[in-house]
Design a protein around this ligand. Sequence first.
Ligand SMILES: C[S@@+](CC[C@H](N)C(=O)[O-])C[C@H]1O[C@@H](n2cnc3c(N)ncnc32)[C@H](O)[C@@H]1O
Length: 288
Amino acid sequence: MTATKTKKQKKAKGGDKALLRNKHVLYEASVQSPDADLSFFRRVFKRHRKADFRRFREDFCGTSLLSATFVKRHADNVAYGIDLDGPTLAWGREHHIGPLGDAGERVVHIQDNVMTADVPPVDVACALNFSYWIFKERATLLAYFRAVRAGLDEGGVFFVDAFGGQDAMDDGKEERRITDGKTPDGNKVPNFTYIWDQAKFNVCNHDILCHIHFKLKGGKKIKKAFTYDWRFWTLPEIRDLMIEAGFASTEVYMEGWDDDADESDGIFRLRKTMENDSSWVAYVVGLT
Ligand SMILES: C[S@@+](CC[C@H](N)C(=O)[O-])C[C@H]1O[C@@H](n2cnc3c(N)ncnc32)[C@H](O)[C@@H]1O
């Protein structure tokens, strides 16, 4: 900071510093790829419906980054973001929706339970980052899928993600260096480490307890920034429940492997069979 900066500017800089360490900023930089998700939804929706979608429901929206990104992509796009947590919604309104100006009015926040929220009908609904795994009982997940199905217009499509593989059921921590994080106002987040911690897995009922920790530049740690007490659902269970909830059919999309880079290739393709990799992420799609 230079000596010529005014008090007001100093305050703004201090504010930015806090934003660089904010748990929502770190979370979004670590696990969210809104443009990639929305482009995937568009590709699948177009394959089946030969059109683009304009009305979108983001369940468990958290900071509603996905909804904000959706309305930015087209002037007719409208998004409904549903989440129970008022402060998280407010953070998203301040940092993602407010800055959109008039376009921000096309993101409608509904602070409610996804199971019972009153949401206008949409073309596409989603529950990402495994949020629906909060529903541990079969009957509860079925009721949730039924609620989503009832909220879809004719031809509507529902997207969820899931993870699995032998490693996914092991206790243990996985670290990833995040080098491309940006705050919502476009400042670069100093490189940091994201730690996915699978603390407990119960083989009897597939309860899984996970935490996210962050290790920041300078050594500061944010332990248990987020904790998830979930049931680990398998792909056939999810697909069967979607059908039982009234979806006409389901699809699974998974990434391929790039041998040269020795990592997944980032392209989600429709799969009927798949190798038994030690760890994987998939989208499960419910078609009406
Ligand atoms: C893992 S975050 C998901 C954030 C974002 N959707 C993403 O893809 O990263 C889970 C969110 O679900 C919300 N949540 C949990 N149970 C809920 C429920 N029954 N209805 C609505 N929101 C719920 C929490 O408040 C939290 O913001």
